[in-house]
Design a protein around this ligand. Sequence first.
Ligand code: FAD
Length: 479
Amino acid sequence: DPALVWFRDDYRISDNPALTAAAATGAPILCFFIFDESSQGIRPLGEASGWWLHGSLSALDSDLRALGSKLFLFRGSASEIVSRIAAVTHASSIFWNRRYEAAEIALDTGIKKDLVERGITVQTFNGKLLHEPWEIKNQAGKPFQVFTPYLRAVSMRSVAPPLPAPRTITAGRWPADLLDSSVALDDLALEPSRPNWAKGFAAEWNPGEQSARRKLADFLNTELPGYARQRDFPGKDSTSRLSPHLRFGETSPRQIWHASTVRNDGQESDTAKFLSEVVWRDFCYQQLFHNPNLATAPFNSRFGRFRWAADKDALAAWQKGRTGYPIVDAGMRQLWQAGWMHNRVRMIVGSFLVKHLLTDWRQGEAWFWDTLLDADPANNAFNWQWVAGSGPDAAPFYRIFNPIAQGEKFDPNGAYIRAYVPELAGLPGSAIHRPWEASKEILGPAGIELGSTYPRPIVNHEQARERALHAFRMLRAEA
Ligand code: FAD
């Protein structure tokens, strides 16, 4: 009887504990994926994530073929499809890696119960995190609310070594009537057709495990030295850009951990800083696991009464990168073109939306969900709550980023702005972060006419700051 392997956001063959365990049974193996957006509570993927998923599934299929197997795709309700696959194939066992979102946990629990009742062995694994959300606890036996002690607790534990890919897989045979209900990758229509807004993605990204592996190796060799100092500068390509690969499980944090910790060449602090970011990801998952509504409900419930401005024009200007604040606009345009944004700029644009435009952080979370290639249920929700000041271990609301000062500090010569806001490219570094203060003698030769070729600021920084602080004081007074 065959063993089934159900792939879910773990599109890789190495360090995939479910696949390795299935291969070790010696049984013929059937690998499948289900595109399920109909089960209760499942959040549909954003458009950008769909583009990545297409690439991930295609790469996984060819990697499985190299092992003698292949990936079969289905669409619809996961519980119905798994139940049918198990029945028609007479499978004796099924293997998958665990998920941590509430709706997915409920779904998986129901499926597991049904299969076990039918005498099928169900084996599940940690394929996603360094440590699962229930593993790291404080001295009172509770989950950590604050990152620093969490990181300290993590650093006392060892991380399991990553598993090598199975050498070969004995491929099982799919019964014909099941094959009839499987779908081709193109049938999932994950890629945009008309207009093809994803052209910029293909120029910068290459989904799949092999490209994730190359990217990790390149990063460790070239950008890791100096990472701790350089990572905040968006004009330098100094971070790993592994986030979409991690989001879709084309690499695992265990692989990153072990590839990074074997070094002992004076780069310990860069390595520690980099790995602490990977631990942040675990921390976000821990928060999501214990607060299932992290993307929709403020963790600090007081923020549920915040009086947001609900200004549609301001939200649209932010989404399009036309706020008149160059660093904000550069970030939002990078997001649209590349499906990714540098972490420092995510914080700047997030703060700008929530505080300068007094817009509900959930609008920002939803836009990122749709446009980020790495849109992640835990990282995105947690970080938006961090930015908004409502989250666990968040930046306090009253700490309001000054978009001009942030630009001048982290993009001092304007290289990042020039890359994404080409209409400002002719400005000298001294003027590029505040074009509205530049004289006609500077703007003219650079071909800039404010209000026409580039917008004037949609809000005044000082006034917006006062308005935000006032709204926050009102919230506190009502509490
Ligand atoms: P590196 O600096 O190379 O870090 C390595 C890995 O560590 C990343 O790939 C990521 O998996 C993890 N990581 C780094 N920073 C964080 C962080 N602050 N929180 C959690 N994990 C982190 N990250 C996502 O993966 N998906 C999201 O949807 C997402 N939304 C965000 C929204 C906002 C408002 C903010 C401020 C941050 C968000 N982040 C998100 C976190 C962070 O910006 C990205 O993980 C990072 O920019 C990815 O680039 P990198 O892979 O080059 O990072």
